[in-house]
Design a protein around this ligand. Structure first.
Ligand code: ADP
Ligand code: MG
Length: 567
């Protein structure tokens, strides 16, 4: 293998040459304690930056085996290392100077959630570490400024790498805390299954966030306290006993006056499918990992989806057993979201009235009397929620502050009172008896037919260069087709969105064959991702440094919103 000094010599030789001479630096170089790989060199100083990776052998990195001997720990530890490394490199970005992206040092920025990322991965067998990053190779106009790159590769990186990637230089207590928290979080998730719960929220949790644009915990918030009736104690392996609210399977209703914290609780449950970092305030909140937020999403497209459980006899005689539209209404979009979440094997719906189509959720008595069932295409969710739980085992947690109808169908009723949940199940049930529902009850519906088998889109002919672009967390475009994921609320990181674009391309090229249903394609792909990671869908010569793992539910959500899907 080439040595660091070979790289230095090469760089000195190409100084002031025209930019493409940088291409010769591609390759691997041995530095003290690590190998620097120059995986891809950008075409000019304004193009997207060059891809560089750093390999540290497990022996040199030296992390104790018990910090990475389980899949959840191999997500938590690299997440921690990446945060340290990114913080330490931050002050060096653009310190080397030049035109365009010259001097940029790009390392993934992690948010509150702990995600598996291609930016830092750890080998399960021997603890080898691989960090992927981007560097803008410096130039003056189109003339190479290799002295500036030498600063980055021979000063900045050698300064930051041992400091953040070698266990012996890290705060061992912090590393242990990361491991301990990961074990505890994993234990809580296991307990959800064992105890047949949909979610757990520990006492003392800080639910609200600093602001609408900051996911950090609110200062001086009212800490969460479980109502006695739902309080359980879990004996976490490291933290020891912890009390909190256990939400059972079934139908749970969250009511309460406006501004009493209903949506804030639901939001925490939505994000409880992910683990959170220490200090977040939601470290010990865990929701069934398959939970899906259901909301109205007018304007979305729907492709051959069986929404007949909720919508029938549309005025234009459209077939709702295989319903398609380019511009869904509030109720049809919400119906499609429910059906698609079932297809994505969810075990829990999370619903907030703030983002629902009212006519999808309820129909009051007076309206039923005036507009007869035969004239109303919609069977509201309230008439299906119990059947869905009984027949398919899918629970629901529903925030409903304005309609008492759900009292009749709920198993557990919580009232948020000044940010504290109170169990009012008995009281609410008693009151509900005095207001019987007069609806006749909808006839049972067959579960949706789910056998959509996408065909490969002609837009993805193999070997063609496929253009992809991520627009933050909210959307990506692929071959000029934009996939709008704004309302897929459990997508938390733009790197997940980028990964979805890669996954979509992968499925178009390798999985869509007109015969295999999505319900086979996506579980197979998810199993592959679980076992081999995002590297297994890599098509190019190097793996992108900025991909984070989405859940299978978001892969479905992405395909369901992809207008280019050929069925
Ligand atoms: P609701 O859905 O019941 O109308 P929200 O959940 O939207 O209420 O909360 C209303 C406001 O109260 C929000 O600004 C939220 O940040 C704040 N809030 C929520 N929970 C707490 C808490 N535990 N402590 C302090 N403020 C909170
Ligand atoms: Mg609300």
């Amino acid at each position: 293998m080439k040595q660091a000094n070979d790289l230095r010599q090469l760089l000195l030789q190409i100084d002031h040459k025209s930019y493409p001479a940088y291409k010769d630096t591609r390759g691997s170089y041995r530095f003290p304690g690590y190998i620097l790989n120059i995986d891809h060199v950008q075409g000019d100083p304004f193009a997207s930056p060059s891809k560089v990776s750093i390999a540290v052998s497990g022996k040199t990195a030296g992390f104790p085996a018990d910090t990475y001997d389980a899949p959840h720990k191999r997500i938590a530890l690299p997440d921690h290392i990446l945060r340290l490394f990114a913080r330490s490199l931050e002050r060096y970005s653009f310190k080397a100077r030049g035109s365009g992206k010259s001097g940029l040092i790009g390392v993934s920025r992690c948010g509150q959630e702990i995600l598996e990322r291609t930016a830092c991965q750890m080998d399960p067998e021997n603890g080898d570490l691989l960090i992927r990053m981007e560097i803008g190779f410096p130039a003056d106009g189109r003339r190479i400024k290799s002295g500036e790159l030498i600063k980055i590769l021979f000063d900045y990186l050698p300064e930051c790498i041992p400091k953040n990637l070698f266990y012996k230089n890290l705060d061992a207590r912090r590393v242990r805390q990361v491991r301990d928290l990961s074990e505890d979080q994993h234990y809580i998730r296991q307990q959800l299954g064992v105890r047949k719960l949909t979610a757990f929220v520990a006492d003392g949790t800080i639910l609200p966030r600093e602001s609408g644009v900051s996911a950090r915990p609110m200062k001086n918030a009212v800490p969460f306290v479980s109502p006695d009736s739902l309080k359980i104690t879990l004996d976490l392996p490291n933290h020891g006993p912890i009390t909190g609210m256990a939400i059972p399977q079934g139908i749970t209703l969250i009511v309460g006056g406006g501004y009493h914290g209903k949506s804030t609780l639901l939001k925490a449950l939505e994000l409880g499918v992910y683990d959170h970092i220490a200090g977040d305030g939601r470290e010990y909140v865990a929701t069934d990992v398959t939970a899906v937020k259901i909301r109205a999403e007018d304007g979305r497209s729907i492709k051959k989806t069986d929404i007949s459980m909720f919508i029938n006899n549309l005025p234009n005689d459209r077939d709702t057993r295989s319903f398609s539209t380019e511009d869904a209404s509030g109720s049809t979009s919400q119906a499609a979201n429910v059906i698609e979440a079932m297809e994505a094997a969810t075990r829990l719906f999370l619903i907030d009235e703030d983002t629902c189509a009212t006519n999808f959720m309820v129909r009051d008595d007076l309206m039923q009397r005036v507009v007869h069932r035969d004239q109303e295409p919609i069977t509201p969710f309230i008439e299906r929620v119990r059947q869905i739980y009984q027949e398919q085992g899918i629970s629901s947690i529903i925030v409903a502050g304005s309609s008492g109808s759900y009292f009749h169908v709920a198993d557990t009723i919580l009232q948020m009172d000044q940010y504290r949940p109170v169990d009012i199940t008995a009281l609410a049930k008693r009151e509900a008896k005095a207001f019987p529902l007069t609806c006749e009850g909808a006839p049972k519906a067959a579960p949706p037919g789910t056998s959509r088998c996408p065909r490969p889109s002609p837009a993805f002919r193999k070997n063609d260069r496929i253009k992809m672009k991520t627009m933050g967390k909210d959307a990506f475009s692929i071959n000029k087709e934009t996939v709008d994921l704004r309302y897929v609320e459990q997508l938390v990181d733009s790197e997940q969105t980028t990964a979805l674009a890669y996954l979509l391309k992968y499925m178009e090229l390798h999985c869509f064959d007109g015969r295999t249903p999505l319900t086979k394609i996506i579980p197979t792909l998810s199993a592959q991702l679980l076992e081999k990671g995002l590297a297994s869908i890599n098509e190019g010569s190097y793996l992108s440094s900025n991909l984070a793992m989405p859940r299978p539910q978001e892969i479905y959500a992405c395909i369901d919103r992809y207008r280019g899907l050929v069925l």
